[in-house]
Design a protein around this ligand. Structure first.
Ligand SMILES: Cc1cc2nc3c(=O)[nH]c(=O)nc-3n(C[C@H](O)[C@H](O)[C@H](O)COP(=O)(O)O)c2cc1C
Length: 201
């Protein structure tokens, strides 16, 4: 059985969306079936409209990227989750989705699956690492097999040398180097998942 990767993310202004697409591309390159899914937006229209970049992104993805469901978690045998940094933590929108997974968790459906995380922040030291590690708290509770990039490929250094998960920072567009690292992270997740699947036969 090949890898079936659910790339599930929240993004308000598109940075994490760019990373999610790159992770998905990398997983597909490694032969995985991939579902790229965004979690539902929870913010009121007034908040979204106050930030033109946020409104633009909401409109850009609404008919393009499907909304994540619990079926995606049941279907997948590997997870890549992404969120912007929110005060050093994951966004409420992603947390809300995670907090609907109790039924799957209690049946053991979330366990024993490779999982990885990615994020984006405004500042170089604004909390990318704490956000990724906060996400990994959930993966520990699920009994996931955390597949961090580590320093397993030079592209990790090219993207700033974050071994926990690919991360963008700044107000510019996501760099090519960071997208390369995200593709590598997706490829690594899919490759390791396929190896585990082959070993389980
Ligand atoms: C409520 C809120 C909290 C944020 N907290 C942080 C933070 O702690 N550190 C930081 O560097 N950036 C912070 N940011 C900025 C976002 O993490 C950053 O713009 C990110 O790249 C957005 O990703 P997106 O384009 O996928 O939405 C915050 C933004 C918001 C709206």
């Amino acid at each position: 059985m090949s890898a079936k990767v659910a790339v599930i993310y929240y993004s308000s202004t598109g940075n994490v969306h760019q990373l999610a697409k790159a992770i998905a591309e990398g997983a597909e390159k490694a032969g995985a079936e991939v579902r790229l899914r965004r979690v539902p937006e929870l913010a009121p229209d007034a908040a979204i409209d106050a930030n033109p970049a946020w409104r633009e992104h909401v409109e850009a993805v609404k008919d393009v990227v499907e909304v994540a469901t619990l079926d995606d978690l049941e279907w997948a045998n590997a997870y890549a989750f992404g969120s912007p940094t929110r005060y050093g933590n994951i966004a409420a929108q992603l947390k809300q989705f995670i907090d609907t997974t109790g039924g799957l968790w209690s049946k053991g459906i979330l366990s024993d699956k490779p999982a990885t995380g990615f994020t984006s922040a405004h500042n170089r030291h604004g909390g990318n690492e704490s956000t990724t590690l906060a996400l990994y708290n959930t993966f520990h509770h699920w009994g996931s097999l955390i597949v961090a990039p580590g320093y397993t490929d030079p592209v990790v250094y090219g993207a700033g040398g974050n071994p926990y998960g690919t991360a963008h920072f700044g107000s510019d567009a996501v760099s090519d180097e960071t997208l390369v690292a995200a593709r590598y992270q997706g490829e690594r997740l899919a490759t390791i998942t396929a190896r585990l699947q082959a070993g389980a036969r």
